[in-house]
Design a binder for this molecule. Structure first.
Ligand SMILES: Nc1nc2c(ncn2[C@@H]2O[C@H](COP(=O)(O)OP(=O)(O)OP(=O)(O)O)[C@@H](O)[C@H]2O)c(=O)[nH]1
Ligand SMILES: [Mg+2]
Length: 496
């Protein structure tokens, strides 16, 4: 039932040097203020991750078929295929270039990319049947082992394409899930990714049937589907589905427990009224670099997509000594798979809960406005659109000031900075400090010298306007939050 598309077709070679090996890692100073999470071993982390990439897929301890299956996604020689339905030719190229970055981040070598112009993707095979035939030739000629489609394919499209192309077909969602699986470090991060993968697979048991039955290799006999049976029989699918459901339930229970720990930490901060700033933005925009630049923290910075999966919180202080926290979060991407958003909901709530949002944009990207749009879309899904947002256009050192005109026209209050050179950082910091929620109860106090503890609390939690050591004790004029004001009432004096 495939209709040959007569529309204009185009083959595009994707540039091969999109990823520059320019990761300086220069900001890994290791200066550490405050850890909420263990496992930040900075330089080592990057090395470890690269080593991991090579051995992924070799693990023998994984017995659960579903787990084995996602490691098998490891793609070696890939061909990209996209359908261009709307927007300009440039948009289509950008989209495929992003897919290339994603594929390379997952560890594969991209041999070529093909874009087909169509009104909408073909219902049966995503691209039109004529194009499928061309692709088949290309696959054979280049020795491709996996085709990655730039979109989310229906299970039937996936199966049909695999049948016709005779190689593995993967969609953008599976690719993103695979990167997340490779990058997850913490127990929570791993569980979240696994949950998302299982949800994704559950819908596609048939589509993935061939692979699943191959994985079940050890279990010959009864449910093997018989000699020559291409896919697993119903029984097999039912068993798989049951196993996946059990696993999903287990992961949900575990995540619920971890979430409780997280919210206890958050409540502790809130009780102390420590203002919180969340750093969010498109993947690879420089969020971790910005956190490092502001706090001197040594968070992993990598020229790769989704380098950060676990939120990292650092405590830092304003110029006048007030404490606040900054949290670096997972990057967003266009069409972030729904299963990921759901699985990461508790992590992403950090963003929705923050007092302020630093929305980092890569100013050197060819289409930063569409990145801003994509990020706001995810912010909407996690109910974070009400958090006051400061747009930070990063990588100013890598872009011509003139090229920033279109974003600045749209986002006139944006700050232009370079986390790498420090350009614009002072201004941003000053604005940020001013925008933090301010303690508002004004007090005149006389504190005995024995209460140095209260004086330091006023410094870190409140804002000191005047301080003087007198014969009777420390005389302080300050603004504080209600909880601290309660502790200070015994020492209040009437203004002189
Ligand atoms: N030229 C330039 N490059 C930068 C700047 N800030 C960050 N980068 C580079 O951009 C890449 C991504 O930086 P990260 O800080 O890891 O970005 P991120 O937003 O945390 O990325 P994910 O965690 O993967 O979503 C790295 O190669 C950085 O060295 C900047 O101001 N200028
Ligand atoms: Mg990061």
């Amino acid at each position: 039932m495939t209709t040959q598309s007569n529309a204009y077709e185009e083959t595009s070679d994707v540039e091969t040097d999109l990823i520059q090996g320019d990761d300086s890692g220069a900001s890994l100073t290791g200066h550490d203020d405050y850890h909420e999470r263990e496992g930040n071993t900075e330089g080592l982390e990057l090395e470890e991750r690269q080593a991991l990439r090579r051995i992924v897929g070799m693990s023998t301890e994984l017995t659960d078929i579903s787990e084995v299956e996602y490691r098998k996604l490891l793609l070696e020689r890939v061909l990209l295929v996209g359908v261009w339905t709307e927007g300009s030719a440039q948009d289509a190229e950008n989209s495929l270039a992003e897919l290339k970055l994603l594929a390379e981040t997952a560890g594969s070598e991209v041999l070529d990319g093909v874009i087909q112009r169509r009104k909408k993707p073909d219902a049966a095979t995503f691209i039109g049947s004529g194009k499928v035939a061309d692709l088949r030739e290309l696959v054979a000629a280049l020795g491709v082992d996996t085709v990655i489609a730039d979109g989310e394919l229906a299970p039937s499209q996936l199966r049909n394409l695999e049948d016709k192309l005779k190689v593995k077909v993967v969609d953008r969602t599976a690719l993103i899930l695979d990167i997340f699986a490779q990058h997850a470090k913490s127990k929570e991060g791993k569980a979240q990714v696994e949950l998302a993968q299982l949800q994704y697979m559950k819908q596609r048991l048939r589509g993935w049937g061939g692979n699943l039955s191959r994985q079940a290799g050890g279990r010959v006999g009864a449910d093997g589907g018989g000699i020559g049976g291409r896919g697993p029989g119903e029984t097999k699918i039912e068993t798989d589905r049951r196993r996946i459901n059990t696993k999903i339930a287990k992961l949900n229970r575990m995540l619920k427990e971890l979430k409780t720990t997280r919210s206890t930490m958050r409540q502790e901060r809130r009780r102390n009224l420590v203002p919180s700033v969340a750093i969010a933005g498109y993947t690879n925009a420089g969020k971790s670099s910005l956190l490092n630049s502001i706090t001197g923290a040594g968070v992993l910075v990598e020229n790769a997509l989704f380098a950060t999966l676990d939120p990292t919180t650092r405590r830092t202080t304003t110029a006048d000594g007030r404490v606040f926290t900054l949290t670096d979060t997972v990057g967003f991407v266009r069409h972030l798979p729904h299963d990921i958003v759901e699985a990461f909901r508790s992590t992403l709530e950090e963003v929705a809960d923050a007092d302020l949002l630093l929305h980092v944009v890569d100013g050197s990207h060819p289409d930063p406005l569409s990145q801003i749009h994509a990020v706001r879309e995810v912010l909407g899904q996690i109910n974070a659109l009400d958090v006051p947002e400061i747009i930070v256009i990063n990588k100013a050192d890598a872009v011509d000031a003139m090229d920033l005109a279109p974003i600045l026209a749209r986002e006139p209050r944006a700050f232009v900075v370079s986390a790498r050179t420090g350009e614009g950082m002072d201004k941003l910091r000053e604005y940020l400090e001013g925008a933090l929620p301010q303690p508002h109860i004004a007090l005149e106090l006389l504190l005995p010298y024995g209460r140095g503890d209260l004086v330091s609390r006023i410094h870190s939690e409140g804002s000191v306007e005047h301080l003087e050591h007198t014969a009777d004790g420390t005389r302080v004029t300050a603004r504080v939050h209600p909880a601290l004001a309660g502790d200070l009432t015994p020492y209040e004096v009437t203004p002189a």
